[in-house]
Design a protein around this ligand. Structure first.
Ligand SMILES: Cc1ncc(C[n+]2csc(CCOP(=O)(O)OP(=O)(O)O)c2C)c(N)n1
Ligand code: SF4
Ligand SMILES: [Mg+2]
Length: 294
């Protein structure tokens, strides 16, 4: 039996910054992501006004409510384009997305793929609990075959999507995975994602203790291993893709950086200014014609 990780949020010195009660279920894997994020931002020296956390809809999307950083509550599946817009307008900000497997891989799959291929300089943290948590545990694009829920009472027959393989195929320039039961490792992966210039994706195995009876803390503790403990090197796409296929077999889950690459970002390609657009004076631009149209 593998090591059972205990989430020690106190170690992260995470703070609860609003009057609202945190209403995730006791023991939810989201607490690990919440603690790791705050530790990673502190380590990166980011002040609250330098960061925007964009939440999708779902248990995952509530994360920005309970931090001291700027937050934006978007629509289900739409957090990624909102984040792209924020980053285009103000390249000086660190812009991060907190999204579920439903939001990222069902309602918003197109945004995920296109943001990756255009190398938008945002960090996408996927809370992969393998179901629709907020709406009471329905089957999602990453649910395991055989998963029984109100939408698949006889067990899901669909083959789950592999978000790591999708991100690699869409040419994401940073692709990693982690486990919310290992806050130290997750802090490290989120820190690397923040430091990476371009689209960074972290797939986080996040146990839903209320509805997911298969993918528990114990399940991941027994099956995960760290890439850094092996000879693996994250600089070849073909190797990364082969590594991602271990996840489909469902017996081993590599944790760590699958792939990292440097290439021009969306801002560098389309924003013709060396300063954030919000600090650029709009001189000689006549917008009256646009406003005069019916
Ligand atoms: C376009 C749209 N479809 C459906 C819903 C209803 N809805 C809200 S949260 C949710 C489930 C979210 O699942 P996921 O994205 O995996 O996030 P989790 O709650 O698991 O963190 C659904 C179906 C919605 N709000 N908007
Ligand atoms: S329903 Fe699941 S994902 Fe949502 S807060 Fe509860 S344990 Fe966490
Ligand atoms: Mg989910």
């Amino acid at each position: 039996m593998g090591k059972v990780y205990k989430v020690n949020i106190d170690e992260t010195k995470a703070k609860h910054h609003t009057q609202d009660e945190i209403n995730w279920c006791a023991g939810c894997g989201n607490f690990g992501i919440w603690g790791a994020l705050q530790k990673a931002l502190q380590q990166a020296g980011k002040e609250p006004h330098e960061v925007v956390l964009v939440g999708d809809i779902g248990c995952s999307g509530k994360l920005p409510y309970w931090t001291e950083y700027n937050g934006f509550a978007s629509l289900h599946g739409r957090a990624i384009p909102v984040a792209e817009g924020i980053k285009l307008a103000n390249s000086g900000l660190t812009v991060m997305v907190f999204i579920g497997d439903g939001g990222a891989l069902n309602e918003g799959l197109q945004h995920f793929v296109h943001a990756a291929r255009r190398n938008a300089d945002i960090n996408v943290i996927l809370h992969n609990n393998q179901l629709y948590g907020l709406t009471k545990g329905q089957t999602s694009p990453t649910s395991e075959q055989g998963f029984e829920s109100s939408t698949t009472p006889r067990g899901s027959y669909e083959i789950p999507l592999n978000p790591i393989a999708i991100a690699l195929t869409a040419n994401a320039s940073f692709v990693a995975s982690s486990f919310s039961g290992n806050v130290g490792h997750l802090t490290d992966m989120i820190g690397k994602a923040i430091a990476h210039p371009g689209f960074s994706y972290v797939d986080v195995y996040q146990p839903c203790v209320t509805y997911n009876y298969i993918n528990t803390y114990q399940y991941y503790a027994q099956r995960t291993y760290k890439l850094e403990d092996t000879e693996y090197s994250p600089n070849r796409k073909a190797n990364a893709w082969l590594k991602s296929q271990e996840i489909d077999v469902g017996e081993k889950y590599p944790l760590g950086v699958f792939y990292e690459d440097r290439k021009p970002t969306l801002n560098q390609e389309v924003v013709y200014s060396d300063r954030p657009l919000v600090e650029t004076e709009m001189k000689g631009v006549d917008v009256s014609e646009a406003f005069s149209r019916e």
